[in-house]
Design a protein around this ligand. Structure first.
Ligand code: ADQ
Length: 746
């Protein structure tokens, strides 16, 4: 990837919002604020940028309204935000940001003015919700006494006015209303820019950090200058105001229809923040997964169709939002090969998010390589699909180290850390090495295979060593936990107990935590009025009975095997032709891994074959939808189905099975056909269990499901519904976290 690629992508994105500070960012500091002013080249660069279609440009500053009006006169297309967000003007007149504050800082402003009065070149700048004492030009002899006296006065005043804070800026000291932050301007500009906007945020000083922290995963926060040596929430850096201006000019060119301009000094990633600053980070739960969840709602029908869904997000997001804490993972974007990985933070989401951007080559080898083409198939006991490469294992080790380095100063050293899935097995040893003291837990969302299969991994021992650095290791089922304990017994010197392992003087707990869903959500959605597109789908299949498949498009989900069984069913039971239709909904997944593209092809061929062999003018046997649906729509499909075929070749749990049960009408429930090899089968024994490897058997089981008497369906459903209500997303997460916290006290 070319270093300019992310910037060209940003430049071409519409809508685009640009929010930039002025002093220190676009113009160099001057001894007195009134001496710093944007020159003609700055003004014309801003005018050119603001003129482009689909572009919203705003200048955000600590300065007063009148000053901004004066400095940026003649730029009507540029919006202005004054006094750190207290006032804003977008096109029309200035308006005040909504504020809950009653007391202006009048008294403390007078006190500071009294202090400044006796000191040459000290002065106080008053604003609506702040007062700032400037001492840039005060003599070295007088400065320390002035600063100490001012700090003491402000310290006292702030104690009585907790809605204010003391801010120590470069050569100035400011008392400012806490509510007046530049982050307000981020939300304001995002609204003005319109749905789907990405934002470019430029700033240089400590007040701009609020704006950087408010950046979302699609935004690009850029720090201009050295940030005074402090750590920054920005993800990119530009050397100074001249570079920032050149970059904005480049952006204007790149955003026009003209050929792509030669890159100027584009922003470079801010390296991982320096370590040793974690003393001030609070103790709070840190969740780490390979990829961050998409918390933002999809904004277009196209985004809804392609939305990346997964069981982990469905289960963890509601619990974590309620409990607080931070979620850390890859942001879905890659950086050039030679760039250091960078981290970003957003505190204004729920949960708070922190993200890592990985170098392209490491990502390819680690994620598409070792994770998806070695561990994923092998852990699903499909060794024929697994292959191993030294370079990919090395990338796995390297990327685990990058996650560790980036994660270790996000939270305090005593915080509990919950790591998810097979991507990050080496993370605990890395965090320990960097001084983390709190409990670290790991939960595996996919099956843990038998020791014979596990030991096919060339680095099986190293992986086990990594797993044994956690304090708690959790699995969906008893079977997977036992497989793990057997592997430890066979491949490591650790002493194995029933639910713990003793290793190098440490105790590693091993627990079973079956994941669940939020059942009420599916019940309520299924009860609500059916969405138009689901009604249309159901009308197309009526009056035939409906057999439903819903999965990520993944070879472990057994979709071709299921289609084969449906075809066999029609061959063996011709009387059912025209009386049953199958709907298979597959959400796109890992489309850049070749096996997944092949799988898609295979499914499409099979659907064509079955429809060609059995279809009639008035009846389509299989309808195949390669898309994602919102959960509300899925619930309505589940409710309408007579049979759900949830038939993975192997699966950690499988949440679709639980969602289907939760969405049924208890008076007339459909039948759940469930693979014996799904983790869910350990709990959901009242489902019609089936063997996805046996086409004839599955076809017979489908007949049994379609013909099952209502009384039997109701009895089975009642037991299944009780199980789904008992093991939920909340019991899973709370159970794991309670066990993790308990590790500390031992
Ligand atoms: P997944 O392999 O992603 O998760 P699963 O548990 O079935 O599998 O969860 C899939 C989720 O995606 C469900 O919430 C489902 O509703 C949703 N989904 C599937 N198809 C969809 C579609 N077409 N449109 C919209 N949503 C769709 C991994 C493991 C599983 C384990 C989970 C949780 O592989 O075994 O159950 O993690 O631990």
């Amino acid at each position: 990837m070319n270093p300019s690629d992310p910037w060209i992508a940003l430049a071409r994105h519409a809508p685009l919002g640009i929010l930039s500070d002025l002093d220190g960012t676009l113009i160099p500091f001057a001894p007195r604020p009134e001496e710093a002013r944007p020159g003609p080249h700055v003004l014309s660069a801003l005018a050119d940028l603001a003129r482009l279609p689909g572009t919203s440009l705003a200048i955000v500053s600590g300065r007063r309204r009148e000053e901004l009006d004066r400095l940026l006169a003649g730029l009507p297309a540029v919006s202005l935000v004054a006094e750190h967000g207290a006032w804003r003007r977008g096109g029309g007149a200035w308006e005040a940001a909504p504020t809950p504050l009653a007391t202006p800082p009048e008294a403390i402003a007078r006190e500071l003015e009294a202090l400044a009065a006796g000191v040459k070149k000290a002065f106080v700048e008053r604003k609506s919700w702040s007062a700032c004492l400037h001492f840039r030009e005060v003599s070295r002899r007088e400065k320390p006494a002035l600063v100490v006296a001012a700090q003491a006065a402000v310290g006292e005043w702030v104690k009585a006015h907790p809605e204010y804070e003391l801010l120590e800026a470069a050569e100035a000291l400011e008392v400012r209303a806490i509510a007046m932050r530049k982050s307000n301007a981020v939300a304001w500009l995002r609204d003005r820019a319109g749905t789907g906007a990405r934002l470019l945020l430029l700033g240089d000083d400590v007040t701009d950090e609020d704006m950087f922290r408010a950046a979302g995963p699609g935004d690009e926060p850029v720090i201009v200058g050295a940030a005074g040596g402090r750590s920054t929430a920005a993800r990119w850096r530009l050397a100074g105001p001249n570079e920032a201006l050149a970059f904005l000019q480049w952006l204007t060119e790149a955003r026009s229809d003209r050929p792509t301009p030669a890159p100027v000094a584009l922003p470079v990633p801010v390296a991982i923040r320096p370590k040793g600053r974690r003393g001030d980070a609070p103790r709070r739960l840190l969740v780490i997964s390979n990829r961050l969840p998409e918390l933002r709602s999809p904004v277009s029908p196209e985004e809804v169709r392609k939305r990346n869904v997964g069981g982990l997000v469905s289960a963890l997001e509601p619990v974590l939002s309620k409990r607080g804490g931070m979620w850390f993972g890859w942001n879905g974007r890659t950086a050039p090969a030679d760039a250091p990985p960078s981290v970003g933070l957003s505190e204004n989401t729920s949960p708070a998010l922190a993200w890592l951007e990985l170098p392209q080559q490491s990502y390819d080898r680690y994620y598409n390589g070792f994770c998806n083409r070695s561990l994923w198939p092998l852990f699903h006991t499909l060794p024929g699909r697994a292959r191993f490469a030294d370079a990919e294992w090395e990338a796995y080790v390297r990327v685990n180290a990058m996650y560790g380095a980036a994660a270790c100063d996000l939270v305090g050293a005593d915080s509990p850390v919950w790591v998810h899935d097979y991507h990050l097995y080496l993370l605990a040893s890395e965090l320990r090495r960097l001084g983390h003291r709190g409990p670290i837990g790991h939960f595996l969302h996919i099956p843990f295979p038998s020791v014979d299969v596990f030991s096919m991994i060339p680095w099986a021992e190293q992986l086990l060593e990594g797993m044994l650095e956690f304090d708690l290791v959790g699995f969906h089922t008893r079977r997977f936990a036992e497989n793990f304990l057997q592997a430890v017994g066979a491949l490591s010197p650790a002493v194995v107990g029933d639910d713990a392992v003793e290793h190098r003087g440490r105790r590693v707990r091993v627990g079973v935590f079956p994941i669940g869903i939020v059942p009420e959500g599916f019940q309520e959605a299924a009860d609500s009025e059916t969405a138009a597109e689901i009604t249309a789908l159901l009308q197309a299949t009526a009056p035939a009975k409906l057999v439903l498949g819903v999965d990520r498009l993944d070879y472990t989900k057994g979709i071709p095997e299921r289609l084969e069984a449906f075809g066999r069913f029609l061959e063996c039971n011709p009387a059912w032709k025209g009386r049953v239709s199958m709907v298979q909904v597959s959400v796109p997944s890992r489309a850049d891994v070749p096996e997944y593209a092949e799988q898609r092809q295979r499914i499409e061929n099979l659907v064509g074959r079955i429809n060609g062999e059995h279809g009639e003018a008035h009846w389509v046997p299989v309808r195949y939808l390669y898309r994602s649906y919102p959960h509300r729509h899925l619930a309505q499909l589940y409710r309408a189905a007579d049979v759900a075929m949830v038939t993975p070749l192997r699966d950690g749990m499988n949440l679709v099975a639980k969602e289907f049960v939760a969405a049924q009408d208890p008076a007339r429930p459909g039948v759940l056909m469930l693979s014996r090899f799904a983790g869910a089968a350990e709990e959901m024994k009242e489902a019609l269990l089936t063997n996805p490897w046996h086409t004839d058997g599955m076809a017979r089981d489908l007949l049994r499901a379609l013909e099952m008497p209502e009384e039997e369906r109701r009895a089975r459903h009642a037991k299944l519904a009780a199980c789904v209500a008992q093991t939920t997303a909340a019991t899973w997460a709370e159970g794991f976290l309670a066990a993790l916290e308990a590790c500390r006290s031992v």
